[in-house]
Ligand binder design. Structure first.
Ligand SMILES: [Zn+2]
Length: 199
């Protein structure tokens, strides 16, 4: 997992676009405690840093405010679905319905293009459309849910962070989203506590 800062936005790349999208906020007990998306422009910035919707540009207008609420609602539903699955809790039907509505929109614009050398590329027909920036995110998340990788998804065990990541280590020993951000901080804390207990 890699974490970088792009302007106001923290980009967390953890192997699945769906998880990366969920990781644009940080949650504690289901409540958002850190947020990196404050408006549609932030979302477009985030998408462009992950090379979604090449060179996307839009004339933003008022209706984009309600679209932004849809983005945040989708993200929260995805968060609820994945955290329920990895904690063996029942998944809320409403979250699945919200996700499915997006999935239907994404599927209805999925198409293939065949380039000159005969290679087939999957893409979306409405790539001038703001909501199409979410289509690859939605598909990627669906693929994750259907794959064995879902069993490897973990939440960072730091007190200060709940980021989601795929643990690809052989012995499934990864505890923190990143060593740089959380691993070092948590190690320092444990070291401090151990020292304190000794004295
Ligand atoms: Zn973390």
């Amino acid at each position: 997992m890699a974490v970088s800062n792009a302007g106001n936005i923290r980009i967390v790349s953890g192997g699945n676009l769906g998880l990366d999208f969920i990781n644009t906020a940080n949650y504690k007990n289901g409540e958002i405690v850190e947020e990196w998306l404050f408006n549609v422009s932030d979302f477009i910035d985030w998408a462009s840093h992950l090379n979604i919707g090449n060179n996307f540009s839009a004339d933003l207008n008022n209706s984009d405010e309600s679209f932004f609420e849809d983005i945040i609602q989708l993200r929260f539903s995805m968060y609820n679905i994945v955290t329920a699955l990895i904690n063996a809790r029942e998944v809320n039907e409403q979250d699945v319905t919200i996700f499915n509505n997006w999935l239907k929109r994404a599927n209805s614009s999925l198409e293939i293009r065949i380039d000159k050398s005969g290679d087939i590329v999957e893409g979306y027909s409405t790539n001038r459309d703001l909501e199409s920036l979410l289509y690859p995110v939605v598909h990627s998340f669906k693929n994750l849910l259907e794959s064995n990788h879902i069993k490897k998804v973990k939440q960072c065990s730091s007190d200060a962070c709940n980021w989601l990541f795929i643990d690809n280590t052989k012995n499934k020993s990864k505890q923190w989203c990143t060593m740089d951000v959380c691993g070092n901080r948590e190690k320092a804390k444990r070291h401090y506590r151990a020292k304190k207990n000794k004295n």
